[in-house]
Ligand binder design. Structure first.
Ligand SMILES: Cc1cc2nc3c(=O)[nH]c(=O)nc-3n(C[C@H](O)[C@H](O)[C@H](O)COP(=O)(O)O)c2cc1C
Length: 215
C-alpha cells in the first residue's frame, strides 16, 4: 500500500499552490483507492519553531556515527528532550510512513514560507536519509522565474528545496510544478501578463494531475 503525505503552506485559503496540490492529491487518491493519505495544513495549523530542547536532541543525534531516524526517540534523556520529541515524533512518523511527499507552497520573498521552513527544521536531523521516497512540489509565484526570465536567478524557492532534499534527505529527483505570474490577477501593472499566467496555470494543473499517474 502506498501512502501520500500532503502538505500545504500558503497563508491564503484561495490559493493557487493549494489548488495545484489538491489536483495532484485528488488524482493520486483516485489512482490509489486503498492508499494511505495524510494531510497537514502548515499555515492553518503551524508547527512551532524548534527550541533549545530540539537542539539538545539534535546534539545527541550528532554523537552517533549514523542516524537511524526510526530510533531517535531512544535518545530522549531529559525533560527538554521529551518536550521537543513530543512535537517531532508525530511529524516524523507521518513523513517516514509516506512514499510520496506532496508540498503545495507559494514563493514568499523569493523563497518558501516560514511555515514550511518551520516544518523542515522540525523533521530534519543530521545524516538522515529519505531515499526511495518521492517529493513533488506544486508552487505559485507572483512573477516569472523560468529559465531565461530576467529574475530566474532569484528563484531560491525551487533551488532551496531541490538542494535541501538532495543534501539532507538524499533525494535528488524532486519534481516541481510552477504556476507563474500569479500577481497579474491583482496587479493592474501586470494585466498585460494575465494571458501568460492563465496558460502557466492551466499547464500546471494538467501537469500536477499527470504527475499523480507517475507516483
Ligand atoms: C508574503 C508574500 C511574499 C511574496 N513574495 C513573492 C516573491 O518574492 N516573488 C514572487 O514572484 N511572488 C511573491 N509573492 C506572490 C505570491 O507568490 C503569489 O501571490 C502566489 O500566488 C502565492 O501562492 P498561493 O496562491 O498559493 O497563495 C509573495 C506573496 C506574499 C503574500
Amino acid at each position: 500500500m502506498r501512502t501520500l503525505l500532503h502538505l500545504d503552506a500558503s497563508a491564503r485559503r484561495r490559493s493557487i499552490s493549494r489548488e495545484l496540490s489538491a489536483a495532484f492529491a485528488d488524482a493520486w487518491r483516485a489512482r490509489h483507492p486503498d492508499g494511505g493519505y495524510h494531510y497537514r495544513d502548515l499555515a492553518a495549523d503551524p508547527v512551532p519553531f524548534i527550541g533549545e530542547g530540539w537542539t539538545q536532541l539534535c546534539d545527541a543525534v550528532l554523537t552517533l556515527p549514523n542516524t537511524d531516524v526510526e530510533r531517535i526517540g531512544e535518545l530522549v534523556r531529559t525533560p527538554e528532550h521529551a518536550a521537543a520529541w513530543e512535537i517531532v515524533e508525530p511529524l516524523l512518523a507521518e513523513l517516514l510512513a509516506a512514499d510520496v511527499i506532496l508540498i503545495g507552497t507559494p514563493m514568499y520573498n523569493y523563497s518558501i514560507p516560514a511555515s514550511l521552513k518551520a516544518w523542515l527544521d522540525q523533521v530534519t536531523f543530521p545524516r538522515m536519509s529519505l531515499a526511495h521516497r518521492k517529493f513533488v512540489v506544486t508552487s505559485a509565484r507572483g512573477g516569472a522565474y523560468s529559465p531565461g526570465a530576467p529574475k530566474a536567478a532569484y528563484d531560491y524557492q525551487e533551488r532551496f528545496l531541490r538542494d535541501f532534499f538532495a543534501g539532507h534527505f538524499a533525494v535528488s529527483d524532486t519534481v516541481f510544478v510552477h504556476a507563474e505570474l500569479a500577481n497579474s490577477r491583482q496587479d493592474p501593472a501586470l494585466a498585460h501578463l494575465r494571458a501568460e499566467h492563465d496558460t502557466s496555470y492551466v499547464r500546471a494543473l494538467a501537469a500536477a494531475r499527470a504527475l499523480a499517474g507517475e507516483h
